[in-house]
Design a binder for this molecule. Sequence first.
Ligand code: GMT
Length: 360
Amino acid sequence: MRIGITCYPTFGGSGVLASELGRQLSKKHSVHFICYAQPFRLEGTDIPFHKVDVLAYPLFKFPPYTLALASKMLEVVQEEDLDILHVHYAVPHSTSAYLAKKLLKDSIKVVTTLHGTDVQLVGLDPSYYSITKFSIEQADGVSAVSESLKNSTMQKFNIEKHMRVIYNFVDPNRYWTEDHEKKIVTHMSNFREVKRIPDVIDTFCKISALIPAELYLVGDGPEIPLAEEMVKKCKIQDRTTFFGNIRSIEEILARTDVFLLPSGQESFGLAALEAMASSAAVIATNVGGLPEVIDHEETGFLCALGDTQTMAEYAVELLRDESYRKEIGRKARKKVEERFTPGVIVPQYEAFYESVLTES
Ligand code: GMT
């Protein structure tokens, strides 16, 4: 098959998933990325990347990225003779793909993968709602990264269209675990409000009152200043490291004992899956798709939203009892190897493309 993939090339989970999918698909198919920058997980590969240039003109306060992307899709589909456009994120990528398809007189198939923020947060805003609903309905195939996301999208957008659930995956070979002296608690995200950074700091404050642990904060985003302020207030500066956006997250995860993900909403939780692949014990909130990834007290822990006391209690128990922590980590890694590998998930995308291509 000849597949065009569009995603946000930044450090978010949807871009990581799209890039990893592209890498796997490129072993058998011709894959072309159409994005405004090369996704960082494609660096060092020879997968073709077609840059979307968005003209900045003094008249435009907001340069029309959606139109520039649609034009680039049209060009790449024609030049590379693509069969299918697979867009990650409904807003605005599914709308650009719809425009490209119409410009191509319906001679291309469009598949949209919903990741969460696109439909749960941005797409629900009145300024995007109708066009997002329309673009999802017009796609030839739609997938969601969890049952939870599928159900809430169908309900909130009043959509009856069939959607497949295809879970996120990681390549377990990328992740390992390392023996280490320190007790390390990690949080990794794009530090947006939905990640509930105050709950991360509050949980760690409670942990560090009882255990000499260290907090690793990986990623960047608007809540970083708040995190810095809270770290000072809790007097845990000497136990906290801010790493910013880094490419070698695997090295940090390899030394992580406990991974905190207290999000307000999480359609899947790719970061949790990466931590599980590194045999870390994940403590997360019982929201969105996280219960589809983590089995409570088996492969991790699920707590009520905002319950930092319980999160801290689980963490302290795990950090005090190394063999219990290792047992949870071992089961987590096993679940990843059984359910969320390229070997399990990529054929589901291939079958999805085949079904869309064979429909009239
Ligand atoms: O929230 C993020 O970390 C980024 C965001 C994205 O779109 O890049 O992640 C969403 O997609 C990921 C990949 O499918 C999911 O694992 C995340 O759960 C989802 N984020 C939310 O639902 C908040």
